[in-house]
Design a protein around this ligand. Structure first.
Ligand SMILES: [Zn+2]
Length: 438
């Protein structure tokens, strides 16, 4: 909040403290719904229907819609085919601004309702929220039902304080973000839901991310020959080539870690770009044993990149680096592995460094936390590119603290969630503008 409105920020802070129980209740209810993304399908419907009721109770105009039924969805350049949207409605809600004077700017909070799969080692039921001290445990509490709840509570706060805004505040809860889905976010844009700026409440530990990395999940296939060399046949075991490739990837990850990323958001060398071997497969896994080598070896890899890098550039970097590390080119006889896309390529993206929402949010973070805001590139890939790369941005990422996203015992830090409500509420006032006849 501005220095000239200390009472308003105090009113917001006190409201948040009084209503912390409602925040926890709302989040607990959302966590209790199983909205696990099943890669091709999902089960978000029941949760979205309950959320619709919550939005309407709040006094927002809200609706559910099926992504498949949005005209222009399939024609959007970021649409990715092969997904099933039966029983997976998106939710869109708006708190309409208005009043006398010029129209204010609009602000959209875009959250995803699906979660990662429940990791196998959860010590308790991941859909039964558990509060211990300052932490609320549950699948999706951190990524990202907590941030969604903070955006709803911020609207509720302003409404109950009788604050009315000039610009619209929009809240959407989309399906199918995990596993590089992004189609839920695409459907919202195809439907014409746009705002002057977007906040994505993904987990950021109250840091502000005006940029995000990209990444690719590929299946890299090595082919060879099998059998026993009784007659002098040359056997080329593809597992050996795959092993060389993996050693090369390890070296490449280290090499990239020593290089700073593009300024201004990725120049911090501490956050290096990961390359992860996610799955390895070779040999007949159904046979009790194998007495010869495999004919094929699959190496699934997740490789991250900075904004501005294309899928082709990233793949070429790997292929050329592999040739160099083997001291032989594909033309000289090195076996060329094939790359198959397992999910859509997620491009990195960033907003214009001059975007006025950046200093505004940084100031509000500082006002709420008492600490200088950390402003940098996100150490992950997300749906921000759907806004920033296709003219529906700028989209900035700002969400709560917590830990264990995509892992057992995921939790959100409830103190940070309360601070996030303050930050969002104050940002709404400053960005959308106060109606004068308040
Ligand atoms: Zn997420």
């Amino acid at each position: 909040m501005n220095d000239n409105e200390p009472s308003l920020s105090l009113m917001i802070r006190e409201w948040v403290q009084r209503n912390r129980g409602r925040m926890t209740e709302l989040l607990s209810e959302l966590v209790s719904f199983n909205t696990v993304n099943k890669v091709v399908s999902g089960t978000e419907k029941e949760c979205q229907e309950r959320l619709l009721g919550m939005m309407q109770e709040l006094g927002l105009e809200a609706e559910l819609y099926n992504p498949e039924e949005v005209p222009g969805f399939h024609a959007h350049p970021a649409y990715y085919s092969g997904k099933n949207y039966n029983d997976r409605p998106n939710l869109s809600a708006v708190w309409a601004g208005g009043g006398a004077g010029a129209a204010g700017k609009s602000l959209l909070f875009s959250s995803h309702i699906d979660t990662a799969a429940a990791a196998p080692d959860w010590p308790a039921d991941p859909f039964t929220p558990r509060i211990e001290g300052n932490k609320l445990y549950g699948l999706g509490s951190f990524d990202m039902k907590g941030g969604l709840v903070a955006s709803m509570m911020a609207v509720r706060c302003l409404m109950e304080l009788n604050i009315r805004l000039k610009g619209d505040v929009l809240i959407e809860s989309v399906v199918d973000e995990e596993f590089g889905g992004a189609n839920g976010t695409v459907a919202g844009r195809a439907r014409g839901i746009h705002a002057d700026a977007v906040i994505i409440p993904e987990p950021t530990n109250l840091a502000l991310y005006p940029a995000a990395r990209g990444g690719a999940l590929w299946r890299v296939t090595f082919r060879g020959t099998t059998g026993l060399s009784f007659s002098g046949e040359t056997i080329e075991n593809p597992a050996t080539a795959a092993a060389r490739f993996i050693v090369f990837l390890e070296a490449l990850e280290k090499e990239r870690a020593g290089q700073a990323g593009p300024a201004p958001w990725f120049s911090d060398r501490k956050d290096h770009l990961p390359i992860i071997v996610t799955r390895l497969e070779a040999g007949d896994l159904n046979s009790p044993l194998c007495d010869v080598g495999p004919v094929v070896c699959y190496v699934d890899i997740w490789v991250e990149c900075y904004p501005g890098v294309t899928e082709e550039e990233l793949r070429n970097e790997l292929l050329q680096g592999y040739e160099r590390s083997c001291g032989r080119t594909f033309e000289e006889g090195l076996g060329r592995p094939s790359f198959e896309k397992m999910i859509r390529f997620l491009p990195g993206s960033s907003v214009d460094p001059e975007c006025p929402l950046i200093p505004l949010l940084a100031e509000e973070i500082e006002a709420a936390t008492g600490r200088k805001a950390e402003v940098k590139g996100a150490p992950f890939a997300c749906d921000a590119f759907v806004f920033n790369e296709y003219g529906s941005g700028p989209a900035l990422i700002l969400g709560p603290s917590g830990s264990n996203a995509h892992a057992p015992d995921e939790y959100v830090d409830l103190d940070s969630l309360a601070l996030l409500i303050e930050i969002y509420a104050s940002a709404m006032i400053r960005w959308c503008g106060l109606q004068e006849e308040r």
